[in-house]
Write a protein that binds this ligand. Structure first.
Ligand SMILES: [Fe+2]
Length: 363
């Protein structure tokens, strides 16, 4: 049984690197809580198997939802919720003990009946699932993710207490806190995260079809540059006749123009970085270590370039001229920090004024 469990867990870990470690630590906590409750060795065995397999249904969740780096929308969350039923269906005809299967099916239920999939309440949630939920939540609260810092154990204990009778069985919470307090801090080990796969995963989300980085990361980067750099340069490029090209020649032709612009920017700005490494730096908020200009797509036909040094205006004109030579007109705005703007509000106003001006000239 353990071998079979290991294979399934590894399969999920290869799809979602961030479950690595999470499952093992969650199960470790659950067993400690189980021991303090005086569970039998059989029950602890079910707790182990059910805990290891609790999220196995995530294998059936599409990448765009399972691996999404940001917060899920309501629709995406509805899809994510399916993992409970999927896991149950995967395992129900196999040789998995029903007590372990209960953990898979009930681990997202809440004590007050507001959980899923069935909205089961109190004693209607099987005991082992009530135990596992606490361990799983404690692990999630205290663990570090690329996009969030973990809570301290003290903060997590407090949260468990606050959620007693709401999310968690209050009687088990008391035992859980006692059992977990007796553990020394378990260091999260991320050294085994496969960085190549991690890079592919993040870049999948953040590289636009034009080859630029998606706008989501533009404002955080701009803000961080203002806080961390003494000087830098921001350029906004706007393609004037993209809509026309799309309509007259088709969208593939329009996309070709976008890629040509990115190419021209890369050449003029001497951009030589590996975009996947760069995205990893941006996500990890490692802005100080960015030594090369970064290109973001901030609108349908607008791109922003943040350069960590002040570029001569000829470089910008170089981009404009090379696009002109293939019949594409480009508007641009080039501003320097701190010469041309010194506050975030100021730079937003400049960007807005440029966009508005452009709208007026288009009319
Ligand atoms: Fe889950």
């Amino acid at each position: 049984m353990h071998k079979f469990v290991d294979i399934l867990v590894k399969t999920l870990e290869y799809r979602d690197l961030y479950t690595r470690g999470h499952t093992h630590r969650g199960v470790f906590y659950a067993l400690k809580i189980g021991e303090s409750l005086g569970l039998s060795s059989k029950e602890l065995e079910y707790l182990y198997v059910g805990g290891m397999l609790h999220d196995i249904g995530k294998i059936g969740i599409p990448d765009v939802v399972l691996l999404k780096p940001g917060k899920l929308t309501e629709e995406e969350f509805e899809i994510m919720k399916l993992h409970v039923i999927l896991g149950y269906q995967m395992l129900k005809d196999l040789d998995v003990p029903s007590e372990a299967l209960d953990i898979v099916l009930y681990h997202q239920e809440k004590y007050d009946g507001t959980g899923y999939p069935h909205g089961a309440k109190n004693g209607n949630i099987p005991l082992l699932a009530r135990v596992y939920t606490i361990a799983d939540s404690f692990e999630a609260m205290t663990s570090i993710r690329i996009y969030k810092k973990g809570k301290t154990w003290q903060q997590a204990f407090q949260e468990l207490e606050e959620l007693a009778s709401i999310h968690f069985d209050p009687d088990i919470v008391r035992y859980a806190i006692k059992a977990l307090e007796s553990l020394s801090y378990v260091e999260a080990n991320y050294s085994n995260i496969n960085t190549e796969a991690e890079k592919i995963r993040w870049s999948f989300y953040y590289i636009d079809e034009s080859g630029a980085i998606k706008g989501d990361l533009f404002l955080p980067t701009l803000k961080a540059f203002m806080e961390q750099r003494d000087s830098f340069c921001l350029t906004i490029f706007d393609i004037k006749n993209l809509a026309m090209i799309n309509m007259e020649k088709g969208w593939e032709e329009g996309n070709q123009v976008l890629r040509r612009l990115i190419e021209a920017i890369n050449i003029q700005y001497c951009i030589s970085y590996n975009i996947k490494d760069l995205i990893l730096k941006l996500i990890k908020e490692n802005f100080v270590n960015i030594e090369s200009p970064v290109v973001f797509r901030i609108g349908g036909d607008e791109f922003a370039v943040i350069a960590p040094y002040i570029l001569p205006p000829e470089k910008v004109l170089g981009v404009v001229n090379s696009m002109k030579s293939i019949g594409i007109n480009i508007d641009y705005l080039r501003v320097r920090f701190p010469e041309d703007f010194s506050t975030y509000k100021e730079v937003l106003e400049k960007i807005f004024a440029f966009t508005k001006l452009k709208l007026n000239t288009h009319l």
